[in-house]
Design a protein around this ligand. Sequence first.
Ligand code: GLN
Length: 550
Amino acid sequence: MTKHIFVTGGVVSGLGKGLTGSSLGRLLKARGLRVTMQKLDPYINIDPGTMNPFEHGEVFVTDDGGETDLDLGHYERFIDENLTKDSNCTSGSIYSAVIAAERRGDYLGRTVQVIPHITDEIKRRISRLASDDVDVVITEVGGTVGDIEILPFLEAVRQFRLDVGRNNVFYLHVTLVPFIGPSAEQKTKPTQHSVTELRSRGIQPDAIVCRSDDPISLELRRKISSLCDVEISGVVNVADAESLYELPLVLHDEGFDQHVCELLGFSERAIDLQPWRQLVGRVREASFALRIGVVGKYVSLPDAYLSVVEALKHAGIQQGAVVDLEWIQAEEVKGLLAAGRLRDLDGVVIPGGFGERGIEGKIAAATFAREHFVPCLGLCLGMQVMTIEYARNVLKLAAANSTEFDARTPHPVIDLMDSQRDVTDMGGTMRLGAYVAQLKSGSKVALAYGEKVVSERHRHRYEFNPKYRSRFAQSGLILSGESPDGRLVEFIELENHPFWVGTQAHPEFKSRPDRPAPLFREFVAAALERATGRNPQLLEVEPTNFPNRD
Ligand code: GLN
């Protein structure tokens, strides 16, 4: 029988419910349990695919093409499982399914209501992740207890315990214990109120994870235990940690997984945390600071690039480097270049994005990296930008562009595929999810992957225009990966450059803390080489295409 853990949050949003659930998932996996995870989001959008990254951070893409909440990225990175679109559902998708069923006449003329129809649909979504291959499903309920939108979810989650049996369900509540300056005290009242609110919906937590700036005392834990009616072993404190990958160890040291396992009947299982401890050890030991510039349009909200940041960290962890990110607003690149401010970067990442704003700055950053031998990794839009810059400055195709930014460009080196031309529905209609590419043997990309055929996740409408292939291929730009039918260009790279590589895909989504995505690994290795000057002869190469290097 699959067991279910439900994670709710109280007091304020942004307490790291997703990370707490993910860390618990890692601890359960370390006991040999088969774990999967999902997120229930109370907003009305069918999925986050159409949402502005400033609103909601990164859209995380699953292998099967789901455009999902960024917490799924944490889930995948911590429990090391590839999830599917079934692992994220929103109120919008739930209502949409219920309304479609009503239109089909499935409800046989009855009045369709939040209880039982919406709650039944929520329970169906929760149950569909439970199978013979899964021991534990961890379900995070987005939002904060007390929100109006969350009520149908809490009701469904409450009923679920009755449906599957008391011993098969565990309720975990994540709250905040704030420090109040004037009285110099940590306060438990917000936690008490939040648990009261949860109980008013019929849910009594089995554990409370208290987030705090500094560790909370045993006395305070006892108080929470007694006032919230949770055993002391279930009142767990997580003070702010240095690295998010320390969180499973912090929770374990607090006895949290033991408490969960005792209640769910898994306490006999031994835990093997050795690999995770080694990982955290490497995080702590990493000392060489690398300066990596990320040139984007959403840089004021770093969550918009969460998986890129994590993938860079993973590569750094593996190579003993701390990746210090320099967030560069794309529109400011030209000014920064004129002031010579990008010269001491060890590498440049141009991540994905949509829309015209900042494009010329990204192009300038790609040119700078090419001409000055700065390692550069272009992801999706980043690869498109590198293609445009190379077309303009090396192939001398003046005004080359993507038709996304200039519909009348004389050289549409990036263009829509025919299948995308008539699309009017903006939801879920891009090239989404895993696609395989064949790599050119001997290329940097092929060497990085160590394989000839690779699969990466995609999320874009525009493509490298095949009409320009031969012009690029005749110059020093290597089209190092293509779709198996040879129609789509998936990877590009430059000869005679330490690392100037672009991919139409988003390899950041598959990076794991102990297995950095190959292109990130090689990018960081090239940046390290630049930083340590270990390979100065690279700077002696004098390729013909780089007129402006200093
Ligand atoms: N806007 C570009 C496209 O749709 C790139 C998308 C992205 O970077 N994810 O093709």
